[in-house]
Design a protein around this ligand. Sequence first.
Ligand code: DF5
Ligand code: ZN
Length: 261
Amino acid sequence: AYPWGYGQEDGPYAWHKDFPNAKGDRQSPIDIVPEGTVYDASLPPIFLFYDHCNSINLCNNGRSVTVEFDDTDDRTVIRGGPLENAYRLKQFHFHWGGKGSHGSEHTVSGKSYASELHLVHWNAAKYKTFGEAAEAPDGLAVIAIFLEIGDEHRGLHKITDALYMVKFKDSVADFKGFNPKCLLPNILEFWTYPGSLTTPPLHENVTWIILKEPIRVSEKQMGKFRMLLISGEEEEDRKRMENNFRPPQPLNGRKVRASFN
Ligand SMILES: COc1ccc2c(ccc[n+]2C(=O)c2ccc(S(N)(=O)=O)cc2)c1
Ligand SMILES: [Zn+2]
């Protein structure tokens, strides 16, 4: 398949050549303008049933670092918010910058955050596998959490202390027993809108749920993400994994609803 990335030649501005969805009318991320969102009092709160969740491994796929979950039963699901039924957690991953406060994919009134965490869920009530859901119109729901620089985050330590195990592209390491509930902010107020995957294949089948409250992580913790490489162990020119974010895309009249006033 077309080797896409985030560089000058293979980055977001070139993806349309192999992934026509890139110029679709419901692409993600977007710039969220709070004054332009609609407060929807009928939106139920979002519920994360993560108590029996268990992570399996940590992977460096050359574009991001992901923590994969056992999604063979309904032990780790989200419900409520804009969702018609339960969506099952499949993986989470991050997008980040090279330094400072750039790195998030969604922005709020043009403000970027240092990083953005995506908790990727699939509609297990209607589809049998993630792959099937990933091709279906109501297949995916992603919860996005902004990371800003501040004190170190105790929950994130387990991840940043394990990143050295997956330094190179296509490396995988055991990573069991991690529960991402510890990465949630205190308040689960959110914006929601219909969008897409923010990486190829850019499928336009994602219900986005963006938490308004960021979590704080230290510069040192962010630095450990930037030590990851997009190059494989055997390659001589080592390239860092950083700035793996897609810029905001046209809203095209989509409605962004807010769960709060
Ligand atoms: C053929 O169908 C697919 C579907 C999904 C694929 C994928 C390849 C890479 C990542 N994924 C993903 O699972 C994926 C990609 C992007 C995101 S994001 N950044 O949360 O929008 C979430 C999940 C292929
Ligand atoms: Zn993502």
